[in-house]
Design a protein around this ligand. Structure first.
Ligand code: HEC
Length: 113
């Protein structure tokens, strides 16, 4: 009985450690899932993750700005102020997104793949 408990505890510790190792990188790399924010602020009326609607797909946005260190700040501004002439003739109107939601939203777009 005693021996059995020790094995279970050890097994649990190993599983927990492995789980921590596996999940740690995923947590630090993946942006928070901001899909609910994209819906809340109506971005999804004009954008989809993987296909062009009125505006570019979020995958295309992520690809265009990959490796661009200033992309987060630039796109936060584009989303708030609106954007025109970057992707085509169709302009994006200004979007009223509070700063607290803007950053996770744009980080999530830049991580789209
Ligand atoms: C009425 C349609 C419409 C809505 C609503 C809309 N967009 Fe856009 N979006 C566009 C269009 C069109 C473009 C391309 C503009 C251009 O060519 O400069 C665009 C471009 C973008 C870009 C790329 C900007 C750049 O400078 O490269 C991002 C990021 C983006 N939208 C995010 C969002 C987010 C986040 C929301 C919601 C808060 C949103 N959009 C709502 C139509 C829309």
């Amino acid at each position: 009985m005693h021996k059995m408990r020790r094995i279970n505890t050890a097994t649990f510790a190993i599983v927990a450690a492995a789980g921590a190792l596996l999940s740690a990188p995923a947590v630090s790399v993946a942006a928070t899932d901001a899909a609910p924010l994209a819906a809340k602020y109506n971005c999804t009326a004009c954008h989809a993750i993987d296909k062009k609607l009125v505006g570019p797909s979020f995958k295309d946005v992520a690809a265009k700005y990959a490796g661009n260190a200033g992309a987060l700040v630039k796109l936060e501004h584009s989303v708030k102020a609106g954007s025109t002439g970057v992707w085509g003739a169709m302009p994006m109107p200004p979007n009223n997104v509070p700063d607290a939601d803007l950053k996770p939203l744009v980080e999530w777009i830049l991580a789209a793949k």
